[in-house]
Design a protein around this ligand. Structure first.
Ligand SMILES: [Fe+2]
Length: 274
């Protein structure tokens, strides 16, 4: 019997054996044999079976190669789509900033700070990724506010301030059809809500405000204070820290304000600024 010696080979034709024991046949198939040929050999039948086995082997090899090729193609396509989504969101964020000459890079910085806060808060990588996108588009509603109002350097009238206060609502309307990331609409709509309920547009408070919006609120305020505005220069790091402490539990969710304060304390050279 040559059964066991050939058994170990992984050739297309797995086994030749003279053993007519049914158990040996069963064991052979279990071990990966592709066929089982009994003696005495009939040359024509033998050739036919060997031919079929070789054809099967060829088809299997081709199939494996095709699956590998298609998998690589699907991965590349997915990576391309992800890159395209990221770049499109960035382009949209830049479209908002093109309207406002004083907030260059604001959306990207808010996205970055919000991501840092989410990471420190122990949120999942997927949530951290989402909040980065939410941060990039939180102010997209400013597209619907007149440039003259956005860039006004003197005190806003009540009517103009009412226009500015519309940007979370406009933003939410723009983003509402992005169903893959529902937080993106909420981030835009509620990033000016306050923890004590005195914010806008809906005056919701505490944990009624979605967690992503509470994080964006802290990141947004931090960037506003640490970058130049039309009406003032960058605040000192000490002053920014004081404002965050003062706003804990009133303007800001205390947990996320505390995280931002710890990030400030670690930023010895005041590098985190616009
Ligand atoms: Fe805003």
């Amino acid at each position: 019997m040559i059964f066991s010696s050939v058994w170990a080979t992984a050739a297309a034709i797995k086994n030749f054996t003279a053993d007519d024991d049914q158990n040996a046949e069963t064991e052979g198939f279990k071990a990966g044999a592709m066929d089982f040929i009994r003696k005495p050999f009939v040359p024509d039948i033998m050739l036919q079976r060997v031919g079929r086995i070789l054809e099967l082997h060829r088809l299997q090899t081709n199939l494996a190669r095709e699956v590998k090729r298609q998998t690589k193609y699907a991965q590349e396509r997915q990576e391309r789509m992800e890159r395209l989504s990221r770049e499109t969101v960035l382009a949209l964020a830049k479209a908002v900033e093109a309207k406002d000459k004083y907030t260059n890079g604001h959306s990207e910085r808010v996205a970055y700070y919000a991501h840092l806060i989410a990471e420190r808060a122990g949120m999942s990588e997927s949530d951290q990724n989402d909040i980065y996108f939410i941060g990039l588009l939180h102010d997209i509603g400013k597209i619907g506010v007149p440039d003259t109002v956005i860039n006004k350097t003197t005190r806003l009238t009540d009517e103009e301030f009412a226009m500015i206060k519309q940007h979370p609502i406009i933003g939410a309307k723009i983003l509402k059809d992005i169903t893959e990331m529902p937080g993106i609409e909420k981030g835009a709509r509620w990033h000016h809500e306050r923890y004590d309920g005195k914010g806008y547009p809906d005056g919701i408070s505490g944990e009624e405000i979605p967690v992503f919006s509470r994080i964006i609120c802290v990141a947004d305020a931090y960037d506003a204070m640490t970058s130049t505005r039309s009406y003032r220069d960058i605040l000192s790091q000490q002053k920014v820290r004081e404002e965050l402490v003062k706003g804990k539990g009133t303007q800001f969710d205390p947990e996320f304000a505390d995280i931002m304060i710890s990030l400030i304390d670690e930023d010895k050279d005041y590098k985190m600024r616009g």
